[in-house]
Design a protein around this ligand. Structure first.
Ligand code: C5P
Length: 398
């Protein structure tokens, strides 16, 4: 998968540095060579000896190492790789990158490089959520820096939340995605997936039972054809694919904002099961039982994201694909829906309980385009996604 690729791996100073050792192995298993760089703080967590022994290469540690400079200057080192990976990237390293500081070897390499950079942040949840870190991340994303993770979960410091470094396998998948070459390379595609949660109060919400399986499969298939995928997902039960930019959202309003922020794009696929209504004014306090009777919830209509994007004038993606789950008159209903929503294609399916499609692993879809309805045989959801991704690639190519 990564044969002949040279990775410059910068290991920052966090407890997740131990996973960088595993990462070196996994990258090598895929055929990559790894040139390791260890920050001063990184040395507190893993030894230069273990890093260089695993990498089978000297570990670079010092900006003013004259022997190393004589052999390969730091500018050269920063440019000799096909990809620079920063794992773990601490809050400090992220901040330095965002500011363009260059006061040690790692930050100097990152400022001097003209190679793509993939960052795997790892830090305490409060540090990750801090406005300063989020500002820095937004700055780096705007600069074209790629991210993998962080994941949510238990942390070494005893807290729980986002901030755990992505697992070595996920980082390898993200690295592979950087090199993937296919008919969709260079194309940016937004995919929505999963249900939405519409808050009633801080602890209650209205949801639906979408698992996110089909949307996830579509994102994975597009990624496999080389697309840069922005995956805007509600709280789904299936894990998002690796090697895509995951934007987690809760409500329809958040999903709409995330989709709009992800534009412009070459195509957009709306596979999410977006709630049609939200509670008009969700309470900011937990609703209490009352002897005065039951609470009354007032609803407001959610924006139709597919329709809004389909009708955009400035930023409309070249190809907009919607999904339609129907229980009767599938072709007629879906054809009418395509026109009503203003999208280019509708992927329609019959979700009557007898079909076993809802929640199942297979799907039988009809692709509705401006030239009519095309029935596909029943197949696995991943195969539907693969076929759809190929059709998208063909459409964007023509
Ligand atoms: O109107 P209906 O829910 O049947 O339409 C389904 C399609 O519209 C799907 O592609 C879904 O992702 C999209 N949709 C949307 N925003 C909504 C409702 C549906 O993007 N508020």
């Amino acid at each position: 998968m990564l044969a002949g690729k040279h990775i410059l791996l910068i290991i920052g100073g966090g407890i997740a540095a131990y996973k960088a050792l595993e990462l070196i192995r996994r990258l090598q298993d895929q055929g990559a060579s790894v040139a390791p760089v260890l920050t001063k703080a990184g040395e507190e967590f893993v030894t230069p000896l273990s890093v260089s022994a695993l990498a089978g290469a000297p570990v670079h540690r010092d900006l003013f190492d004259l022997t190393a400079e004589a052999e390969m200057g730091h500018i050269q080192l920063s440019r000799s790789a096909d990809l620079v990976v920063v794992a773990p990237a601490t809050a400090d390293l992220v901040a330095k990158m965002a500011q363009g500081l260059a006061n040690d070897l790692a930050s100097t390499l990152l400022l001097a490089t003209d190679t793509p950079v993939l960052v795997a942040p790892a830090m305490n949840v409060r540090m990750w959520e801090h406005a300063a870190t989020q500002r820095n991340i937004a700055t780096l994303k705007a600069d074209g820096i790629r991210f993998v993770g962080p994941n949510a979960g238990g942390m070494a410091c005893g807290e729980f939340g986002p901030g755990r470094m992505a697992e070595p396998d996920e980082i390898v998948a993200a690295v592979a995605a950087e090199f993937r070459d296919g008919p969709l390379s260079g194309k940016r595609i937004v995919v929505t997936s999963g249900p939405t949660h519409e808050p009633i109060d801080p602890v209650r919400y209205i949801a639906n039972s979408s698992s996110g399986a089909q949307g996830t499969a579509v994102a994975r298939a597009l990624r496999d054809l080389g697309a840069e995928v922005v995956f805007v997902t509600g709280p789904a039960t299936v894990r998002p694919p690796e090697g895509v930019e995951v934007v987690p959202v809760e409500s329809a309003l958040e999903m709409q904002a995330a989709v709009e922020a992800a534009l412009p794009a070459d195509a957009a696929v709306f596979a999410a099961a977006v709630a049609d209504w939200r509670v008009a004014s969700a309470s900011d306090r937990k609703l209490k039982k009352s002897k005065d009777g039951l609470p009354t919830l007032e609803f407001a209509e959610n924006p139709d994201i597919l329709k809004t994007v389909s009708h955009m004038t400035a930023n409309r993606p070249g190809l907009v694909v919607g999904f339609a789950a129907e229980t009767n008159d599938v072709v007629d209903n879906a054809t009418a829906k395509r026109l009503r929503k203003g999208c280019d294609w509708i992927v329609a399916n019959d979700v009557s309980p007898a079909t076993g499609i809802m929640g199942g692993s297979e799907n039988a879809v009809i692709l509705i385009t401006d030239t009519g309805a095309e029935e596909w045989p029943r197949m696995a959801k991943q195969e539907v996604a693969g076929k759809l991704a190929n059709r998208i690639a063909a459409a964007l190519d023509s």
